[in-house]
Design a protein around this ligand. Structure first.
Ligand SMILES: [Fe+2]
Ligand SMILES: [Fe+2]
Length: 125
């Protein structure tokens, strides 16, 4: 399956909008964390920031899905957990192949997985 277009420079744009302001703002920050890590791939603090913002965002997203009784929560959380496990294993300097993996994962996760909850998160706006 061909993946979605990876923006270059790696920045959030309107095509990633899920129409929940908190989540869209967090997604914007996830793009920024990878963008900054690419600029400073030997900076351990920047790697920690990327892992931290991903972890925080996934928790928020999962809590909102849970409160909305969103039926696909289990599979969605599994995708988050797999990605977190992977990025927690990264070390500096983070190689370009891993940065590309992270970019690819984020773009395709938002557009293929997160997009499924559009208009489904009834308890939240
Ligand atoms: Fe997600
Ligand atoms: Fe997300």
């Amino acid at each position: 399956m061909p993946g979605h277009h990876i923006p270059e420079p790696f920045c959030w744009d309107e095509t990633f909008r899920v129409f929940y302001e908190t989540l869209d703002n967090q997604h914007r920050g996830l793009f920024r964390s990878i963008f900054e890590l690419q600029k400073h791939s030997d900076d351990g603090d920047q790697l920690c920031v990327m892992v931290a913002v991903m972890t925080a965002h996934f928790l928020v997203e999962e809590i909102i899905m849970k409160h909305s009784h969103y039926s696909d929560l289990g599979a969605h959380k599994h995708a988050h957990d797999d990605f977190i496990k992977h990025i927690k294993g990264l070390h500096t300097p983070v190689p370009a192949s891993e940065l590309n993996f992270c970019k690819d994962w984020l773009v395709n996760h938002i557009k293929d997985i997160d997009f499924k909850y559009k208009k489904q998160l009834s308890s939240y706006s």
